[in-house]
Write a protein that binds this ligand. Structure first.
Ligand SMILES: *Cc1c(COP(=O)(O)O)cnc(C)c1O
Length: 421
């Protein structure tokens, strides 16, 4: 459920008309609903009650400081995968003890940054990383709380680019090596083992792979405890999928996911951490764009819009589907037409949808890509020197620009021409 509904024929973000935002900000832009973000965060938190838990929002899905502040103020922790994301979490006012540091290639600088500013734990993904963290922490006279990310070798049955829990993926430590690497961790200075971490992929639309992974984690918890390790925290990663089409997809709900966690892991007395990104941010955002031209091809009609693959890369990168809706609601029974919806970038890959049935649209009319809150703005670039798309946050009947569109001047000023040219 989200808060982007039609009222009197106008697509709204909560109580604000999208066309009013477009008039004030210009297109294209991202718009997020505070009520939807809040609702999704609370669904997760309530689904884990009464287990002791921490919902750490995966910043990489949507990293605007205003969004992080909103979620942080609700009590959310943050899952970061880079020094930059760590700085964002801190800048949004999230205390270090609620920040979890994930990622397969943490650098020593990033380790120092987090140890200085405070961190809940590092999710360590390899033996070399373990050795590096031990050295960095010892050097600083610090103790780094850690989990080891294990790779349970389960098939997440999702897009190959976002499956992370198979043994051929670069992530985590194979289960078969886990006990040996935990023994190594316990023997090293500057480290404190607190638990286990697992994340098997993104956009999972079935609970079965989670269940398979969690059962393996339960078994590993008992084994590691028998080996003498303190396992008091289980970080179960993110990955719960969202419906990208209104019609035929019904991914599991946070409530069912929570019930599964309680059933498979609840008896262990551990604190549960989860790292949802997409399910909190995905359906909390739209990308709004204006039709520039309607171009008649030989056998199709192109809707050329002012958003492009650099603003929302998912269709071009993953072949992802985004529902597209007109901002002014079509009259009941109005004629529909098939369009290829494309952006202005000089690549054929700059295609949002092929043969998509939409109400008839003309130049100057607005449309919205739904479910664009996650992996949208954060993956945007300035390819073709198209200014980074601005972001807007709506709460009730008011909105604010939370990242302005850069001017051409600002863009050009980032480059410098050497004196010797
Ligand atoms: C990407 C990622 C997440 C978030 O995944 P979603 O599918 O957006 O929920 C959580 N944890 C880790 C380690 C990740 O890499």
């Amino acid at each position: 459920m989200d808060h982007f509904l039609y009222k009197n024929g106008q697509l709204m973000a909560e109580d604000v008309a999208i066309s009013d935002i477009a008039a004030a900000v210009g297109t294209p832009f991202y718009v997020y609903s505070a009520a939807t973000l809040t609702r999704h965060y609370r669904l997760f938190s309530e689904a884990l009650d009464p287990l002791p838990h921490n919902v750490c929002f995966a910043i990489k899905s949507l990293s605007n400081l205003a969004v992080l502040k909103l979620l942080g103020d609700l009590g959310a922790g943050m899952d970061v995968v880079s020094g930059g994301e760590y700085m964002r979490a801190k800048a949004a006012g999230v205390p270090g003890e609620r920040i979890v540091f994930s990622g397969v290639g943490k650098t020593r600088d990033e380790m120092r940054l987090a140890l200085t500013g405070g961190v809940r734990q590092f999710n360590v993904e390899s033996e070399p990383e373990l050795l590096a963290l031990s050295a960095v922490a010892s050097d600083m006279g610090a103790v780094a709380p850690i989990t080891l990310r294990v790779n349970p070798d389960v098939d997440a049955k999702t897009h190959e680019k976002i499956a992370t829990g198979k043994k051929e993926n670069k992530f985590g430590i194979p289960l078969s090596k886990a006990r040996a690497v935990y023994a190594l961790a316990a023997s090293l200075p500057g480290l404190q083992v607190v638990g286990i971490d697992v994340h098997i992929g993104s956009q999972l639309t079935d609970l079965a792979p989670f269940e398979a992974a969690f059962e393996k984690i339960a078994e590993l918890t008992e084994q590691l405890r028998a080996d003498g390790h303190t396992i008091s925290r289980l970080d179960l990663g993110g990955g719960l999928g969202i419906p990208y089409t209104r019609s035929n997809e019904a991914p599991p709900l946070p409530l069912d996911y929570g019930a599964l966690i309680k059933r498979t892991l609840g008896h262990l007395g551990c604190e549960i951490e989860i790292e949802p990104g997409r399910l909190i941010s995905g359906n909390s955002g739209l990308l709004v764009s204006e039709v520039i031209y309607v171009k008649e091809g030989e056998d199709r009609t192109f809707l050329i819009v002012d958003a492009a693959m650099n603003d929302l890369v998912r269709p071009s990168m993953y072949g992802a589907h985004h529902d597209i809706v007109p901002v002014i609601e079509a009259a009941a029974g109005a004629a529909a037409q098939d369009y290829d919806v494309v952006g202005p970038v000089c690549e054929t890959g700059d295609t949002f949808a092929k043969a998509r049935a939409l109400p008839q649209l003309g130049a100057g009319e607005l449309l919205a890509f739904r479910s664009a809150g996650a992996y949208g703005a954060v993956m945007a670039s300035e390819y073709n020197t198209r200014p980074l798309v601005p972001e807007v946050l709506v709460q009730g009947d008011h909105f604010a620009v939370i990242r302005a569109r850069p001017t051409f001047d600002e863009i050009l000023k980032r480059d410098s021409i050497p004196a010797w040219l």
